[in-house]
Ligand binder design. Sequence first.
Ligand SMILES: [Zn+2]
Ligand SMILES: [Zn+2]
Length: 144
Amino acid sequence: MAVHLEQALAKLKTTGVRMTPQRHAILSFLLDSMTHPTADDIYKSLESKFPNMSVATVYNNLKVFIESGLVRELTYGDSSSRFDADMTDHYHAVCESCGKIADFEYPPLHDIENTAAGQTGFQVSGYRLEVYGVCPDCTGITKH
Ligand SMILES: [Zn+2]
Ligand SMILES: [Zn+2]
């Protein structure tokens, strides 16, 4: 399930995207972090390493990764998009307290797409399913 940096870098090479130290740092941070960070989270974590980098730079580099099919953007109707470098089929559990997103696996629900297409006449290209709740860190059950 976990994507490795070497694989991602190899894929990036085939797309002709130039790898810069900043891009390398952003991509490895995304692959390491399991929480689906925002551009701001990434910026704050890498700020000390790249003093000239801005949130806009982070965002622009993320855009390049998205266009290369290495990263997906999870939009939530405001500016706090989150980024996921795991492009395999998986679902998300969203913490309503801290906003963290955890991955979980479940068989694809092709039925939903077929039913939606049938009832609406849409050419369905995909669906997004999320569960909401409070993560273990926020409930304090697992950490002390
Ligand atoms: Zn939480
Ligand atoms: Zn994910």
